[in-house]
Structure formats: structure tokens, C-alpha cells
Design a protein around this ligand. Structure first.
Ligand code: 48F
Length: 262
């Protein structure tokens, strides 16, 4: 008897997802959060032969990219990060009276970053929240994950785990993964006081530079990029200018490649 087409569709989805998911349970690099810095990192890592997956809490990855500035769906990027926009084929226009700065469509940017990461070989798992880290023998070894609806509804359901050589915290302003590490594993991170310093108010050029400077390994096996790095090291916020995010993603990928010796 021929299988009903309804069964063909359902089986295909279950089997295809199971294969992708079970393969991602052991990774070279696990990225938490699907914002612009994380997507940039995912693409660079995947292109360089790193087995990498992104776990994003929301249905749509892209983080704070989609909404531009105050829901005006345009963002600004400066000259120093144009090579990354060009790599992802994102269209940009120079700002006539502000040499060195460019505008671009934030929806195009979010979708192009996602497409670029997936197309390079990174796996993205949306609607999955990272609720804890795996911490063994003094090192961060992976992630504890669950479905976001389980988290949101407060259902009493045990999670699953992902083992990874390296974890990248790309969770944006709250630095959720580093926070878990400092609070639950009681570790000191690579900041002047060993703790998360906390984000400071708006100062665009300082924040842009310090986001990239503060992109680093904060504890063996645990890196931070984007606003998470900025929050860990007490940098200033910068609003809807995204060059620092892209450059931070590029930098964390380089650091991870060095660490993994790929
Ligand atoms: O904040 P976000 O966009 O990350 P980013 O790369 O970029 C920051 C900019 O968007 C913007 C800015 C630019 O000037 O200031 O804010 O630092 O994206 C972070 C993503 O992480 C997800 C969250 O849903 C968002 O999409 N996320 C946060 N915590 C978790 C998580 C978690 N525990 N598990 C899974 N995903």
C-alpha cells in the first residue's frame, strides 16, 4: 500500500530534523543567540571547517537587527565593516553628509546574515532556549537546551544537552550564558573584577570600538561576542549602528579558529 502523502510529509520532516539535531549534539562550536554578531561568526566558522550550530530562543533569528532604529527599518554601518556587508551581498548606500557611514535595510540585513550562515554550513535551531551550561573539570563543555515554549510556559520538562569544545555567548545585552557561568559555576571571568561589569549608557564611537576589543575568551571554552561582550566588560551602548557587531562576529570566529587550530 502506498504511504499517504500526509505521512510522507510528516516522516520526512521528523527524519530530516532528527538527523540534523542528533548531528548537532556534538559540536566544535556552539553559539547561543542568533543576533548579527553570532550570525557573522557562524558563517566564518562554518566556512573554515568548524562544526557549528546556533541556538536561538525566538522563532526568528536575527536578534535586534530586524527593527532598525525605533522600528524605522534601516540601520547604519561604518566603513570598517563594509567588507562584511559585501561578503553577505547586503546593499548599502553612503550617507551624503556623513562620510564613512552607510545606511542599509535592516530586514535585508537580518535575512542575508541568516542565509549566509546557513548556506556556509552552520546549523540554526530556532525556538530553542539555552537554560544552563555543561561545566566539567573546570571548563565549559556545552549547553543545556529546551524548547522555548517549555521555558515560557514554565513546564516541568527536563532538558537535553549539547557537547561543544567552545561555547560563544551571543545573547546580546544580558550576557545570559556568561551570567549562568558566573552565578552557577561560580567562576571568575576575564574582567578587572572577575565579574560581569555591566553595560554603560550611550556613547556610540566608544561602544563600537570596545565591543570589538572586548570580544574574547572570558573563561576557558567560553567566548562572548556582540553586546554580550560589551556588557561583560562594561562598554558603552551604541544603538542602531551595526559595524561593531559584525566586526565582533568576525573577531570571535578568528579567536575560536585559533583555539581549535582549524
Ligand atoms: O541582541 P542581539 O541582536 O545580539 P548581538 O549580536 O547584536 C546586538 C544588536 O542587535 C543591537 C545593538 C547594536 O548596536 O545594540 O542590540 O549582540 O541578539 C541576541 C539573541 O540572543 C537570543 C535572543 O533571542 C536574541 O535573538 N538569546 C538570548 N538569550 C538566549 C538566546 C538563550 N538563553 N538561549 C537562546 N537564545
Amino acid at each position: 500500500m502506498n504511504q499517504a502523502v500526509e505521512n510522507v510529509i510528516s516522516n520526512a520532516i521528523v527524519q530530516s530534523f532528527s538527523k540534523k539535531f542528533s548531528d548537532a549534539l556534538t559540536l566544535d562550536a556552539a553559539i547561543v543567540g542568533g543576533g548579527p554578531s553570532a550570525m557573522t561568526a557562524a558563517r566564518y566558522l562554518a566556512e573554515n571547517g568548524v562544526k557549528v550550530a546556533v541556538f536561538e530562543r525566538k522563532l526568528a533569528p536575527g536578534g535586534g537587527t530586524w527593527g532598525g532604529g525605533m522600528l524605522f527599518n534601516e540601520v547604519v554601518v561604518q566603513d570598517s565593516a563594509l567588507h562584511i556587508l559585501d561578503k553577505f551581498n547586503i546593499i548599502h548606500q553612503p550617507i551624503a553628509d556623513a562620510p564613512g557611514y552607510h545606511t542599509l535595510d535592516s530586514v535585508e540585513m537580518a535575512s542575508a546574515l541568516i542565509y549566509g550562515a546557513v548556506h556556509a554550513g552552520a546549523k540554526i535551531f530556532n525556538c530553542i532556549s539555552v537554560e544552563d551550561i555543561v561545566f566539567k573539570a573546570g571548563k565549559v563543555n556545552g549547553l543545556v537546551i529546551n524548547w522555548t515554549p517549555v521555558e515560557r510556559l514554565g513546564m516541568h520538562v527536563d532538558p537535553l544537552t549539547v557537547i561543544a569544545d567552545v561555547v560563544i555567548d551571543g545573547t546580546g545585552h544580558p550576557s545570559e550564558i556568561i551570567r549562568m557561568a558566573t552565578d552557577k559555576a561560580m567562576i571568575e571571568i576575564d574582567t578587572p573584577n572577575g565579574k560581569i561589569m555591566g553595560e554603560r549608557p550611550m556613547w556610540v564611537d566608544s561602544g563600537e570600538n570596545s565591543t570589538v576589543e572586548n570580544t574574547k575568551e572570558y573563561f576557558p571554552g567560553l567566548f562572548a561576542c556582540g553586546m554580550s561582550a560589551n556588557n561583560c566588560s562594561g562598554g558603552y551602548r551604541m544603538g542602531p549602528i551595526f559595524g561593531g557587531m559584525l566586526l565582533s562576529g568576525e573577531k570571535v570566529a578568528k579567536l575560536v579558529l585559533e583555539k581549535l587550530k582549524k
